[in-house]
Write a protein that binds this ligand. Structure first.
Ligand code: UP5
Ligand code: MG
Length: 196
């Protein structure tokens, strides 16, 4: 069975991770956060890319796709090797720019189906407030004002155009991410009940 993929996109702190956790509780999906995989790789003893990843994350820049796609591909393969019924994936925080998209096409085209893009839409202000609030306890090196400004810039300049490309193909399911976690999830559920 080919992996069935939903890309989950939205600004920093839009609630991608929070909503993915709820989707996993209710539908048969495996959650793969590209950011979490990169942070794990950064922290792994002996990692060749650790320093580069660390620098890119603090700068709010997008890591070269060769690194990210390998982590995603391996994670999908390992999940499916353990349990062949686990072929549905939420890929959270990817693809974020044209380099990411081209890397995905090069490595995964024909090997996985992208069903749709789940887009969590909310204002920059909401994004910043949520990340700064989380920064009080997250320990994330990029949940500070300086990194956050750069993350927002990168999102607006590089990621929004990717979402727009998919929009033209009719593949984007937009969710208003500015309300409460449970209200957002009600909208998410209606998408997955229809086409998950
Ligand atoms: N919260 C969530 N939903 C809420 C709601 N409805 N109402 C009120 N509060 C809500 O949520 C953020 C915070 O808000 C939490 O405290 C939550 O409780 C609260 P979360 O679910 O964590 O939001 P999420 O969208 O996942 O935010 P995250 O910070 O993870 O998004 P980013 O896209 O910025 O981070 P990510 O981990 O994906 O990437 C980090 C960095 O890695 C990137 O900047 C980049 O440098 C690098 N990266 C790549 O280079 N390539 C990739 O492919 C991926 C990442
Ligand atoms: Mg996240």
């Amino acid at each position: 069975m080919k992996p069935q993929v939903v890309f989950v996109l939205g600004g920093p702190g839009a609630g991608k991770g929070t909503q993915c956790a709820k989707i996993v509780e209710n539908y048969s999906y495996t959650h793969l956060s590209a950011g979490d995989l990169l942070r794990e790789e950064r922290n792994r003893q002996g990692s060749e890319s650790g320093q580069l990843i660390d620098r890119y994350i603090k700068e709010g820049k997008i890591v070269p796709v060769e690194i990210t796609i390998n982590l995603l591909k391996t994670a999908m393969e390992e999940t499916m090797k353990k349990d062949e019924n686990k072929f549905r994936f939420l890929i959270d925080g990817f693809p974020r720019n044209e380099d990411n998209l081209q890397g995905w096409i090069k490595v995964m085209d024909g090997k996985a189906d992208v069903k749709f893009i789940l887009f969590f839409d909310c204002s920059t202000e909401v994004c910043i407030n949520r990340c700064l609030e989380r920064g009080k306890s997250s320990g994330r090196t990029d949940d500070n004002k300086e990194s956050l400004e750069k993350r927002i810039q990168t999102y607006l300049q590089s990621t929004r155009p990717i979402i727009e490309q998919y929009e033209k193909q009719g593949k984007v399911r937009t969710i208003d991410a500015s309300c409460s976690v449970s209200e957002v999830f009600t909208d998410v559920k209606s998408v997955f009940d229809r086409e998950g």
